[in-house]
Every structure is written in C-alpha cells, then in structure tokens.
Design a protein around this ligand. Structure first.
Ligand SMILES: Cc1cc2nc3c(=O)[nH]c(=O)nc-3n(C[C@H](O)[C@H](O)[C@H](O)COP(=O)(O)O)c2cc1C
Length: 289
C-alpha cells in the first residue's frame, strides 16, 4: 500500500502512515484499546492514516497519476458489473473556479491541481440500449440510481486509497450537490447523469497540515448478530470530548460532534440547497419511480 508505484517528483510528500498500531489507534479513536495490533499491516496502517486535505501545494501531479487513479477506481466492485459511473477530470482553472463558486466558495477546489467529479451515469446504458433497440426501463427506478451512486462512491474511495499511497491528499466535495443543475451545465452532463461529489487531489501543503480526525468508538457503530438500539450515551459523550480536543488542536471551535451533527440534520435549511435534490433529479431527466 505504501509502495510508490509512481516516483514522487520532489519532497512534497506527506509522511507515511503512523508506524505503530498504538499511535494510529490513538489518533483515530483517542485513548481506546482495540485488538488491531494482531492484524496490523501496511494497508491497515495507510487506511487508518486517512485525513481530508484542504490545503495544497501549487505542484502538478506526476505523469501517469490520473491513469493510475482511474485504474484503481475501476478495480472497485461494481453492482452486476454495470459500471454505472463516470468521472470528469477538471484541471482548467476557470472551470475549477466556477465549481468552487457552486460549492460554497471552497478555495481548495481552485488550489488543487486536479478536481475529479464523480458521476452516477445512467446515460451510458440508456444509449447502449437505444443503439441495440432494447428497452432500458429499469434505469428509471430509484434502485438503479442507488446502484450508480454506490458504484461511484466505491470507485472514488479506491482512488483515494491509491492517491494516498502516492503521498497525495484529497477531500471529497459533496457541496457540488448544492447546485446540481449548474454543475451539470458547466460540465456538459447529459440527462440521466448526476454529479455525486467532487474530489480535490494534490500534494498536501506541509505548512497547513491536516490531522487524523477521530471517529466514534467502535461500540457505537458495530453491532453483533442483531442491531442493538441501546445507543451507549457514555460512548457518544466520550467522543464529544475526544473531538473537542481534536478541534482545540486545530484551532477550531470546540463544539464536539453531537452539536455539529445535529445542526447538520436540523432541517431543510441545513442542507444548503440539497433539500431540492429531488427536483434537480427531475430536471436532470431521472424520471424516478
Ligand atoms: C461524500 C462526502 C462529501 C464531503 N463533502 C465535503 C465538502 O464539501 N467540503 C469539505 O471540506 N469536506 C467534505 N467532506 C469531507 C468530510 O468533512 C470529512 O471526510 C470528515 O469530516 C471526516 O474527516 P476526515 O476525512 O479527515 O477523516 C466530504 C466527505 C464525504 C465522504
């Protein structure tokens, strides 16, 4: 995983993953003991070392990078091998600036040398059906849109794992769904193609480093055999404290997790325009059933 398939062009790489299981687990969970050390390897180390990067150096990506990322993305599983996703690689500064504007003015979109827009793409199969004279009515069901969105997400995450192995950083940009119709027009997306999220890709700026963000304790998310609805409040409270410490270290407001998460789901206004996604899908030709 940490093997460098593409030689880095300079010393702008992030350090490799935290080397000991204890250090990696402390970063990911705070002070918690899990039995991960017994199953430690370079892949686990790299996965646990993930962090979103929102500050990039103005360096181009080495040649072959995009090809390698897409090969990794296409190597992800795909529902029935339908491969109902596509991706637009954006390097043009003006297009990135416009996308940044559509996504709440997030500057890292402009800073990153590469912005990948991951698409749920039902147009390809529709076109293939048309060419063969075969109906493609199942494309109009919500299930098929699920398939395409899941496929796109799995593909993108494979690319993230690959780019992190090159010492690159990334951050997903769901905010492009704030303005799905405008994004579609800008990128020339045909009907039945939806931009699911973007992904900034570039060399992390070491002067503005990103840290590993702690996650909920495993006992909150892991259920054995059957779902346990007895949500352990002490674990959530503990996570609030852990995340507040992380926020303090980042000079961010120390609001923990609960308050921020609840704010994000408070109501339609919390969705920054994405409450109208259903309407946008209609406009984009996804006559969903
Ligand atoms: C689908 C998706 C959309 C996201 N959209 C944004 C975004 O628009 N802007 C942003 O700064 N981060 C975005 N993120 C990054 C998350 O905020 C980040 O993954 C989360 O806070 C956990 O931090 P970490 O990735 O550093 O572990 C998004 C992540 C995902 C998975």
């Amino acid at each position: 995983m940490t093997q460098h398939v593409i030689p880095p062009d300079d010393d702008a790489q992030t350090p490799l993953a935290a080397t000991t299981p204890d250090a990696a687990l402390a970063a990911r969970y705070g002070s918690q003991a899990f039995d991960v050390a017994a199953r430690w390897n370079e892949t686990i180390a790299a996965l646990l070392d993930h962090r979103s990067v929102r500050a990039y150096l103005p360096l181009p990506l080495p040649s072959g990078t995009l090809d390698a990322l897409i090969a990794a993305a296409q190597s992800a599983a795909s529902s029935s091998n339908l491969q109902t996703w596509s991706v637009v690689a954006v390097e043009d500064a003006a297009t990135k600036a416009k996308l940044a504007e559509y996504a709440r003015g997030q500057k890292h979109i402009e800073e990153a040398p590469l912005f990948l827009v991951w698409l749920a793409d039902l147009a390809r199969l529709e076109e293939i059906g048309r060419r063969k004279g075969v109906p493609t009515d199942a494309l109009a069901f919500l299930e098929t849109l699920f398939v395409a969105i899941i496929d796109a997400a799995l593909a993108a995450q494979n690319a993230v794992v690959a780019l992190e192995s090159f010492g690159l950083g990334s951050v997903y940009i769901g905010a492009i769904r704030n303005r799905p119709v405008e994004v579609a027009a800008l990128l020339g997306l045909p009907p039945n193609v939806l931009a699911v999220f973007g992904l900034c890709v570039g060399y992390p700026d070491p002067s503005r480093p990103a840290e590993v963000k702690p996650r909920l304790p495993q006992r909150v998310v892991l259920h054995h055999e059957r779902y346990d609805a007895a949500l352990p409040q002490d674990a959530v409270d503990g996570y609030d404290r852990t995340l507040s410490e992380f926020q303090r270290g980042q000079n961010l407001p120390e609001i923990g997790w609960t308050a921020a998460a609840l704010e994000r789901v408070r109501g339609a206004q919390s969705l920054s325009g994405r409450d109208r996604i259903r309407e946008a899908l209609d406009k984009r030709g996804f006559g969903l059933r």
